[in-house]
Design a protein around this ligand. Structure first.
Ligand SMILES: Nc1nc2c(ncn2[C@@H]2O[C@H](COP(=O)(O)OP(=O)(O)OP(=O)(O)O)[C@@H](O)[C@H]2O)c(=O)[nH]1
Length: 327
């Protein structure tokens, strides 16, 4: 398995956990497989939905609003045959301020350190330039890859068009390593066992990297902020585009409950009113919905308190991006 330096921010936690976990988790079973798979593809094709479906639990934010996955999330699938550590990368998006650039960099660098790549394409939609871009990139590196033609439940009208693009480009570039194509649906689970099979095929034999019970090492604060952000997206849809961010300031754990304090960043005063809502209704409803979901996730009673802050142009402020985990 290759763990490259360029993936330092992504893998440092992995290495720590590997060290801690090695005694507990590594077995002498050399027939077991273990590796890192980067999940790539443009925004909204269903990468997060897929990870959630493969792991059977909610590990990543899912929304109709494009580009919701801002952090690289490691989800870990452990089965008898081995373990796959998934890197969930944001879709390549038109660069927009520093945030856009950082996202693009993260997505591109993810491939470098992985044993294999899972490219997700939306078979219900015409190929985008970005889809073709990903295919070209995978061919160039000759990375072992599985391509999921997702959303086949919607008819899969464009599945053949994607395959043709691969074929034509591979001929033109002289690429020899063919991908494994799987046609399925992350939403209804169709062909997901076949997809797992193909993914396990592509990773090397080796001992488990993480203890079996760990599903994701995504830091808890970032996970909580994703849940809160998702509740806002559910209510605001396109009204507030990508100028909203959540920072979990503290999690106080008492025997009776967890008290979570979080800040909601917006860029302008006019946006403050929107996220608070009339008589604070929207804010209260987001708190309530987030508490409900987090309670289920962590199995403890949870109180969420949100504070709205105006940070002009936070998306261009390196320190704020760093604090939020985007830089
Ligand atoms: N019909 C159908 N819809 C799907 C399928 N997979 C995902 N979706 C929907 O597509 C939308 C986007 O899914 P996400 O999982 O958030 O997409 P993503 O690729 O992670 O998006 P980013 O986080 O923006 O990179 C959601 O509304 C999903 O419910 C599928 O197999 N069939």
């Amino acid at each position: 398995m290759r763990l490259d330096n360029e993936l330092e921010p992504v893998f440092s936690a992995v290495r720590n956990v590997i060290n801690v976990a090695s005694c507990a988790a590594m077995t002498d079973n050399t027939r077991q497989k273990a590796g890192v798979t980067a999940v790539v593809g443009r925004t909204n094709v269903g990468k997060s939905t897929l990870l959630n479906a493969l792991l059977g639990e909610k590990v990543s934010i899912v929304s109709d609003t494009v580009q919701t996955t801002r952090n690289v999330i490691r989800a870990i699938l452990t089965e008898e045959r081995g373990q796959i550590v998934f890197l969930d990368t944001p879709g390549i998006h038109k660069a927009e301020g520093d945030l856009g650039k950082n996202l693009n960099k993260m997505a591109r660098s993810a491939i470098g350190g992985a044993d294999s790549v899972l490219l997700v394409l939306d078979a219900s939609a015409k190929p985008w330039q970005e889809d073709e871009g990903w295919m070209r990139r995978l061919m160039k590196d000759e990375t072992p890859c599985v391509i999921l033609l997702n959303k086949m439940d919607l008819g899969g009208d464009f599945a053949e068009e994607y395959k043709k693009i691969w074929k034509d480009t591979a001929e033109e570039k002289g690429a020899t390593l063919p991908p494994v194509w799987v046609e399925g649906s992350a939403l209804n689970g169709d062909q997901l066992p076949e997809l797992s099979e193909a993914l396990f095929e592509q990773i090397p034999e080796g001992p488990l990297l993480f203890p079996e019970e760990i599903l994701t090492d995504y830091p808890r604060k970032l996970n909580i902020s994703d849940v809160i952000r998702e509740k806002y997206f559910d209510r605001l849809h396109d009204e507030l585009p990508h100028c909203l961010a959540i920072w979990v300031e503290s999690i106080e754990e008492t025997p009776a409950k967890w008290n979570i304090q979080a800040e909601v960043y917006v860029e302008r005063h006019s946006q403050k009113g929107i996220v608070i809502g009339e008589k604070g209704r929207l804010l209260k409803s987001v708190q309530y919905q987030a508490e409900k979901e987090l309670q289920e996730m962590y199995g403890v009673p949870i109180k969420v308190r949100l504070w709205v802050k105006v940070e002009k142009d936070w998306r261009k402020n390196f320190w704020i991006l760093k604090k939020l985990g985007y830089a």
